[in-house]
Ligand binder design. Structure first.
Ligand code: HEM
Length: 459
């Protein structure tokens, strides 16, 4: 395919290392405030905001960056009318190390050109065809959970969603077969690899997570590329098969390498995000029987075992709970950009090549937008209260602007189809006095994997 005429020279420049003119704190020598950012990021952002204002300097190891907070700033950065902010450079040292061709590490015209590869896969008609497959895979898994002793939700739903992804994203039908197992293991190795601390791909360190992740990534790309020719000829509607047939504006197929990169990144972007969201939904409903019963009543009133795509718009209770869990615990905790040129953010002069960190959870809990923000209260999303509409960028679990999550409707469908089945099959509760510790990175979750007591509902 042809490349758009894009000046990418900003991608060759080093990071700006001098933010001394901007108020903030550097933290410890060599470490910066990295440990606090990993363990208790909300406390760090809160202190930076209250002490230095909405644009504050801090450091990850030796690299200075700006933490920015507030709905107006979110809006300015995501809408980016002056093309000042690069996602590709924001994620260069993290995501791009494993997903260098993914949508989130592409900017402007190049990004726009590549985003069209998903146009058929995420149309309503296509989404609607996924609901049935999704429901079948979920049922098989959910049915078994009631027999398990010492049930922990997180690993169980992770496996379930990998099964869903294997079928809907990759079109693998035999979920117990070697192919599905190998893909699941590969996916896990890549995820672990991204968290590896030693970024050195050498046979001298055979157990290094990073190296194992890189090898898994090579396997995955080879696997995907080996299938592309056959996928162009089939009439299947899994996402991989659909994007293999997609063409660019000149009528050419996308390259094999681009297709493999997009599918690979899509699996990553879709999986842990939805797993995290469902874990918080299950926790809050397990802590509040009244809320759980209210959600169940909505599902029972539908009088059907599975939701179809057209039912989703009617599931108001489920929708409010989905959003409220994302408000409290947005799955993506840091959205990164890098400035392309000198610019101004909330009256602060910001030099070119500066890392900008948007932390959605902070805006999600600002009292100017949210009533009693620390409380889990789905009703704040009701038509009457509609707190999320007080500012178009106060609620940003899916980001905004050009890079806004392409899978947000898919995520909504998956969440509601799952909750519907779960609420009709079981009542559940968390252990007495449950107050879990939380892991924040790579995705937020309960550190103890969320133990649940499930009680099957007799029909
Ligand atoms: C609750 C679930 C999800 C959450 C909270 C979420 C969140 C996000 C966020 C915040 C971004 C923007 C990041 C940025 O601007 O820096 C994003 C982008 C993206 N998401 Fe999601 N996501 C979810 C589910 C999914 C699913 C299910 C898919 C695919 C089926 C998906 C595919 C993508 C892709 C491809 C991008 C990059 C879009 C672009 O750069 O144009 N996500 N997501």
């Amino acid at each position: 395919m042809t490349k758009a005429n894009i000046d990418l020279s900003y991608q060759q420049r080093p990071y700006n290392k001098d933010l001394s003119a901007i108020a903030g704190e550097d933290g410890l020598p060599l470490l910066g405030t990295t440990l606090e950012l990993i363990k208790t990021p909300y406390a760090l952002v809160d202190r930076l905001y209250k002490t230095y204002g909405p644009v504050a300097r801090s450091r990850i190891l030796t690299q200075p960056y700006l933490m920015v907070s507030g709905a107006d700033i979110n809006q300015m950065i995501f809408l980016d009318s002056d093309k000042n902010f690069s996602a590709a450079m924001g994620y260069k040292e993290s995501l791009a190390q494993f997903y260098s061709g993914g949508l989130l590490v592409r900017d402007f015209d190049d990004h726009k050109m590549h985003r069209r590869i998903f146009q058929t896969a995420f149309k309503n008609d296509t989404l609607s065809s996924y609901a049935e497959v999704m429901n079948g895979v979920m049922k098989k898994n959910i049915d078994c959970w009631g027999q398990q002793q010492d049930f922990h939700f997180f690993p169980a739903v992770k496996t379930t969603l990998l099964d869903v992804a294997a079928q809907i994203f990759l079109g693998i039908e035999d979920l117990n077969g070697n192919e599905a197992q190998r893909i699941a293991n590969t996916f896990e190795d890549i995820s672990q690899g991204m968290m590896g601390l030693i970024h050195w791909d050498t046979p001298l360190l055979p157990f290094c997570k990073w190296r194992k992740g890189k090898q898994a990534k090579c396997y995955m790309e080879g696997y995907l590329i080996s299938q592309i020719a056959e996928r162009r000829l089939n009439d299947k509607s899994d996402i991989f098969s659909l994007i293999c047939k997609e063409r660019d504006e000149n009528g050419d197929y996308f390259s094999d390498a681009d297709i493999a990169s997009h599918i690979d990144f899509l699996l990553f972007a879709a999986h842990d995000t939805t797993t995290s969201n469902l874990s918080y939904i299950m926790q809050y409903l397990g802590q509040d029987k009244t809320l759980q019963d209210k959600a169940r009543a909505e599902c029972q009133a539908k009088n059907k075992a599975f939701l179809a795509f057209d039912d989703l718009k009617d599931m108001h209770e489920l929708q409010k709970i989905h959003y409220e869990a994302l408000r409290m615990h947005p799955s993506v905790m840091m959205l990164l950009r890098r400035t392309i040129r000198d610019c101004e953010i909330a009256g602060v002069h910001v030099p070119a090549d500066t890392i900008i960190n948007v932390f959605p959870q902070y805006t999600h809990r600002m009292e100017e937008y949210w009533q009693a923000p620390e409380k889990f209260d789905p009703e704040r999303f009701s038509d009457e209260r509609a707190e999320h509409k007080r500012h178009p960028f106060a609620f940003i679990p899916f980001g905004g602007g050009a890079h806004k999550c392409i899978g947000l409707h898919f995520a909504g469908m998956l969440t509601k189809c799952f909750m519907h089945q779960m609420l009709l099959t079981y009542e559940w509760q968390v252990p007495e006095g449950y107050a879990p510790e939380h892991q924040v990175f790579p995705m937020p979750k309960q550190k103890d994997d969320l133990p649940l007591q499930l009680k099957r509902i007799q029909h």
